[in-house]
Design a protein around this ligand. Structure first.
Ligand SMILES: *[C@@H]1O[C@H](CO)[C@@H](O)[C@H](O)[C@H]1NC(C)=O
Ligand SMILES: *[C@@H]1O[C@H](CO)[C@@H](O)[C@H](O)[C@H]1NC(C)=O
Ligand SMILES: *[C@@H]1O[C@H](CO)[C@@H](O)[C@H](O)[C@H]1NC(C)=O
Length: 248
């Protein structure tokens, strides 16, 4: 009965994930057209303070949201059972297609940055709502990315900053829109047209989400599509090669 651990290992490796809730293209386009437009010519956000968006909050047990997302979106992540800190794992940053094996090389990016949220509606929320936004693991709001890339993005909206991997723009824009829609946040005209342009590059048919493997579309290649022969692949190949032994 040694097959079970191997089956589990293979399964975990194969479900290296992107955040949930990335909508199909048509859903995102409809959502974008319904977002309120905010008239502004500045990018400053008076009154904003990062501390107004408490994070990271406890997710479960000793683990906070950040630690949860590292496990959710990494491959073969091991954690310290006491502290929940990741001690090993592999993370693919979809913004720049870089793979990291040290947790210190990655950050958790807020897809819609906190100060952008503040400027687009969160200034009227309660602290509790802002905490919900900053720790939202149900939508495509939290992404594991290269730390430098997170810093380069800063609080910039898609009219001012886009990831260097153009093949990711479709998923990026759909995710940005999904978060804005879920949290009823506004967009500027410049932000809206940037998002329309990015989604114009989506190559999706049949209402797919662009997150499933084998979608075949460059424009919709999410994390897993960019993965290449990572650990998941190696474990899977090993598993297939040793299938006889495992089942025997
Ligand atoms: C596609 O998106 C829809 C709506 O967000 C969701 O219900 C569904 O589970 C997604 N499918 C996949 C394969 O991600
Ligand atoms: C887990 O973290 C605790 C506290 O930092 C440390 O004392 C312990 O050695 C760690 N355990 C492992 C297995 O790394
Ligand atoms: C991502 O990087 C891998 C090598 O690490 C490469 O094979 C692949 O083509 C790259 N994908 C994109 C979209 O740049």
């Amino acid at each position: 009965m040694k097959s079970l651990p191997f089956l589990i290992a293979a399964t975990i490796a194969l479900v290296s994930a992107t955040p949930p809730g990335i909508p199909p293209l048509s859903t995102a386009q409809t959502a974008l057209s319904s977002l309120p437009i905010r008239k502004t010519t500045t990018t400053s956000t008076p009154g904003y303070d990062r501390a107004l968006f408490p994070h990271w909050k406890t997710h479960s047990g000793p683990c906070n949201t950040r630690e949860y997302v590292l496990v959710r979106d990494g491959t073969n992540v091991l954690t310290n059972a006491t502290t929940c800190g990741a001690t090993a794992g592999t993370w693919l940053s979809p913004y720049d297609n870089k793979t990291w094996t040290r947790v210190s090389d990655v950050d958790i990016d807020h897809m819609v940055p906190l100060s952008n949220a503040w400027a687009s509606g969160a200034d009227t929320w309660s602290t509790k709502q802002r905490e919900g936004f900053a720790n939202d693991v149900e939508g495509p709001q939290l992404w594991v990315v290269t730390d430098n890339v997170n810093q380069a993005k800063g609080d910039k909206s898609p009219d001012l900053w886009r990831p260097e991997v153009e093949g990711f723009w479709c998923v990026y824009a759909k995710s940005w829109v999904a978060v804005k829609r879920k949290w009823a946040l506004s967009v500027t005209e410049a932000e809206k047209s940037a998002l329309e342009g990015m989604m114009g590059g989506c190559r999706e048919g049949g209402g797919g989400n662009g997150t499933t493997e084998g979608g075949g579309a460059v424009g919709s290649g999410a994390g897993r599509g960019l993965m290449g022969p990572g650990w998941g692949m190696l474990v899977s190949v090993w598993f297939v090669l040793h299938l006889g032994e495992v089942l025997g």
